[in-house]
Design a protein around this ligand. Structure first.
Ligand SMILES: Cc1cc2nc3c(=O)[nH]c(=O)nc-3n(C[C@H](O)[C@H](O)[C@H](O)COP(=O)(O)OP(=O)(O)OC[C@H]3O[C@@H](n4cnc5c(N)ncnc54)[C@H](O)[C@@H]3O)c2cc1C
Length: 462
């Protein structure tokens, strides 16, 4: 069969999932071609995780300068230059893109710079040249795109995360609409760099899906850092006022700002991709429907990453792409386990979470024990920073297994990566207790919480 095809695997989209699948498949000996219409590396490298984290680092210096005084430092009033940050960030992204390209080439993958669309179950057409490529297998790894939400007057004036990375100047003021992690992170980035930030979200509190205490703790900390958070409201219209904008809220309020940013969600990139010509179907949430092996209803077409709208994170897309390559060419059918994915929100302060929230645990487990610590970190004693850390363990009261861990505070993202190993292995609260503390750290609270702050028993409640 391979003889009648030009390639064994055609990958559409050179982002996190596509690049990994292509490289591993080529390593297994497959003939692989990958098409990318924008830049190699995809969302994460070009306009997602990586540039965002660089901006996060930049934004946190303001807090460090403020904290330094209590430790005896006197620092001349610091000044910040946005064009320097953006130029340095762009240089690093160029370097990374080149590294991704070179790694693909070294693996023997053929790269085509073109938009690719599906013609039928084993043909892909390259729009730049019009060439048709016959592929034994096709992997759709086209990612997702910022979604402007409902159509409102003046929506064209709003920027998304894509444009936020390339603004010519730091906005003196910005209205950010959205309550998900991207909206929250950008609100904190701009505030840390010195913008006046208003976050507008239609729900009752930011970060839907996260533990309720995490949500309220972060909101309080953001407000304490000067971010105005307005919930239960929507931006209904945007008007241009010379070089500024007015965001009109659903309650009639008007917020004037230098920029209005929308971060209200992302939608899978399937428009005009031709999936229907091959018979590939979508799930109710709009993502391409796949099984545990990332196989679509068409046996030789697979889909990984954000286009499947499962867990929209880079490490997940990478793992899915790797698994497809192993399944197809490694002689090892590999399904990806989407349970217990640790994740971070790079807000200020940071969040790290894994597993069940208290609400989810109480809805699904018969007995739940909650252990909680809300404390002032040691560093804050001299810096006089009023911020507090929150750590919370959600324990399955029937088995003693730690079902969830939620951290808000400095280093939360780093901590949750390691807690993630223990939780994935099925560690119990007794295992946490048996682990010696590392002192003095904030993380030691995770192994020194002795008494539950709450205990729930469903039978008793019923
Ligand atoms: C602002 C922001 C911050 C984020 N921060 C984090 C984070 O901190 N941690 C984390 O884990 N995740 C983060 N993410 C999510 C992460 O970027 C995605 O989950 C990840 O990039 C998904 O990988 P993917 O391979 O599915 O798609 P992508 O990386 O989006 O790659 C898809 C590629 O396909 C190309 N493409 C699309 N259609 C075609 C076509 N027809 N032909 C050719 N090429 C095509 C696109 O140009 C793109 O390069 C963030 C996302 C954003 C937007």
């Amino acid at each position: 069969m391979a003889g009648s095809h030009d390639v064994d695997l055609f990958v559409i989209g050179a982002g996190s999932g596509g690049v990994r699948a292509a490289r591993i498949a080529a390593g297994h000996g497959a003939r692989v071609m990958i098409a990318e219409e924008f830049r190699i590396g995809g969302t994460c490298v070009i306009r997602g995780c990586v540039p965002k984290k660089l901006l996060v680092y930049a934004s946190r210096f303001s807090h460090e300068f403020a904290d330094a005084a209590g430790f005896g430092w006197s620092v001349a009033p610091p000044s910040f230059d946005w064009p320097t940050l953006i130029a340095n960030k762009d240089r690093e992204i160029d370097r990374l893109e080149a590294a991704y390209r070179s790694n693909l080439e070294k693996s023997g993958v053929e790269i085509v710079t073109s938009r690719a669309v599906i013609e039928d179950a084993d043909t892909v057409r390259l729009l730049n040249s019009g060439a048709r490529v016959r592929a034994a297998n096709i992997l759709i790894a086209t990612g997702a795109t910022p979604h402007p939400g409902h159509t409102i007057p003046g929506i064209a004036h709003a920027i998304t995360s894509n444009e936020a990375f390339h603004l010519p100047a730091l906005p003196g003021s910005i209205v950010v609409q959205g309550g998900g992690y991207i909206a929250v992170e950008f609100a904190c980035i701009f505030a840390g760099l010195g913008s006046q930030v208003t976050l507008v979200y239609r729900g009752e509190n930011i970060l839907r899906g996260f533990d309720d205490e995490v949500r309220s703790h972060l909101r309080g900390e953001m407000e304490a850092r000067g971010i105005k958070v307005i919930t239960g409201q929507l931006v209904k219209a945007i008007e241009q006022l010379d070089d500024r904008y007015a965001a009109m809220l659903s309650d009639g309020r008007r917020l004037d700002a230098d920029r209005v940013m929308f971060a209200v969600g992302r939608k899978p990139n399937i428009a005009s991709l031709g999936i229907e010509r091959a018979g590939v179907t979508t799930a109710q949430d709009g993502g391409i429907a796949v099984d545990r092996y990332s196989r679509t209803v068409v046996p030789n077409i697979f889909a990984v990453g954000d286009v499947t709208n499962r867990v929209n994170l880079t490490p997940v897309a990478i793992r899915e792409g790797h698994a497809v390559a192993d399944t197809l060419f490694g002689g090892r059918p590999t399904a990806v386990d989407h349970a217990h994915v640790p994740t971070a929100v790079f807000s200020e302060p940071e969040i790290g979470v894994i597993g069940l929230t208290e609400g989810q645990a109480r809805a699904t487990l018969a007995r739940v024990d909650i252990y909680k610590s809300n404390f002032r970190p040691l560093k804050a004693t001299l810096s006089r920073n009023p911020g507090r850390m929150l750590m919370k363990l959600v324990v399955d009261g029937s088995t003693d297994r730690v079902a969830g861990c939620h951290i808000v505070g400095e280093g939360a993202g780093e901590m949750i990566q390691l807690v993630g190993i223990a939780v994935k292995m099925g560690a119990t609260k007794a295992d946490f207790d048996a682990t010696m503390a590392v002192h003095p750290t904030a993380a030691e609270e995770l192994v020194t919480m002795r008494q539950p702050s709450a205990r729930y028993c469903r039978e008793a409640a019923e």
